[in-house]
Design a protein around this ligand. Structure first.
Ligand code: NAP
Length: 297
């Protein structure tokens, strides 16, 4: 089968804008739609066509439509809402969902799309805005192998690590695992920094001393120095990680699984958000330890 050429793109936020731009630069025919229409102009001036609605996008018969919106109800609306993709889709369409959403809902969406001969590939990403700009995202992919192989060249434009992890919903399940590991690691980092602070140990020296050993992690190397310097600007916002932890909680609860460390990390994030830090980066979890410990980093 020839390589696919035409892509529709829904959602031009922090992630969707640079990812769709990279597809355009790689030579794909890209048509975009964004709820706030003004966000389409930048892509339009780079050569993308602009649709009036998700349904209009689907009626233009692209081979693939990528979705990159916020949460589970948003994906449902874009797919099955009044002006949604599904009612207007042609048989054979592949929908690639890059949003981070609930794995069980994803399986339901896949079944409902399959009734219309449309295939859903769930492809949530990790690597943040910088990875989206550089095309170096990690992409956790769920869905039927033939559809995944068909979209792989396109995924390899936006990501450098594309891994097919299972059937529909398993990409989202993998992303939930990623968020569990990331938030628990970040909590360990923040607690180590709190202990250093309270014992009078220089934070940078402590990080230098331990990051090359068994305690080392991406969180420690990238976010540790920022916390020590009081830099809480987002890469990935606390409000969004709370959305992801909601997905983790729903998924774990459905399997009667208690995730004690994740719950504690979530508690810190909620304290930070309650103090007005929801739009700061996840490293602002450290601000919750300030509140709890009565000190300042
Ligand atoms: P964002 O900048 O807030 O953009 C969200 C996009 O979704 C916007 O284009 C928004 O449209 C659209 N949208 C939201 N609800 C919608 C609805 N009901 N109908 C139609 N469009 C809707 O978010 P982002 O950072 O790009 O994140 C997108 C997804 O990637 C999320 O699931 C997030 O968890 C995930 N993710 C983000 C990062 C990161 O570092 N930012 C990393 C990994 C994964 P408007 O322009 O009209 O608001």
């Amino acid at each position: 089968m020839p390589q696919l050429k035409s892509i529709g793109y829904v959602g031009l936020g922090i992630m969707g804008r640079p990812m769709s731009l990279n597809l355009l630069k790689a030579g794909y025919d890209v048509t975009v739609w964004n709820r706030t229409a003004a966000r389409c102009h930048a892509l339009g001036s780079e050569g993308a066509a602009i649709a009036d609605s998700p349904a209009d996008l689907a009626r233009r018969k692209p081979e693939v439509i990528c979705i990159n919106v916020t949460d589970t109800p948003d994906v449902e609306q874009v797919l099955f809402g009044e002006q949604g993709i599904a009612p207007a889709a042609s048989p054979g369409l592949i929908v690639v969902d890059h949003s981070t959403i609930n794995p069980v809902a994803t399986q339901d969406f896949a079944r409902r799309l399959a009734d219309r001969d449309v295939t859903l590939v769930d492809a949530p990403v990790s690597g943040g805005d910088v990875g989206a700009q550089k095309g170096t995202l990690s992409i956790m992919v769920g869905g039927p192998a033939d559809a995944v192989e068909r979209v792989r060249p396109m995924l390899e434009v936006v990501g450098s690590n594309v891994l097919h992890v299972g059937d529909a919903g398993m990409g989202q399940a993998c992303k939930a695992c990623n968020q569990v590991a990331v938030t628990c690691t970040l909590m360990g980092l923040c607690e180590a920094l709190a202990l250093a602070k309270q014992t009078g140990l220089d934070a940078h020296k402590m990080l230098d001393a331990i990051s090359g050993g068994a305690a080392g992690s991406w969180q420690m190397s990238n976010l540790g120095p920022r916390i020590a310097d009081g830099d809480f600007n987002p890469g990935f916002m606390i409000d969004l990680v709370l959305k992801d932890l909601n997905i983790v909680n729903e998924t774990a609860a459905a399997k009667r699984l208690a995730l004690a460390g994740t719950s504690e990390a979530e508690r810190y994030f909620r304290i930070a958000a309650a103090h007005g830090h929801g739009k700061l980066g996840t490293q602002a979890m450290a601000k919750a330890l300030e509140q709890v410990g009565g000190f300042e980093f």
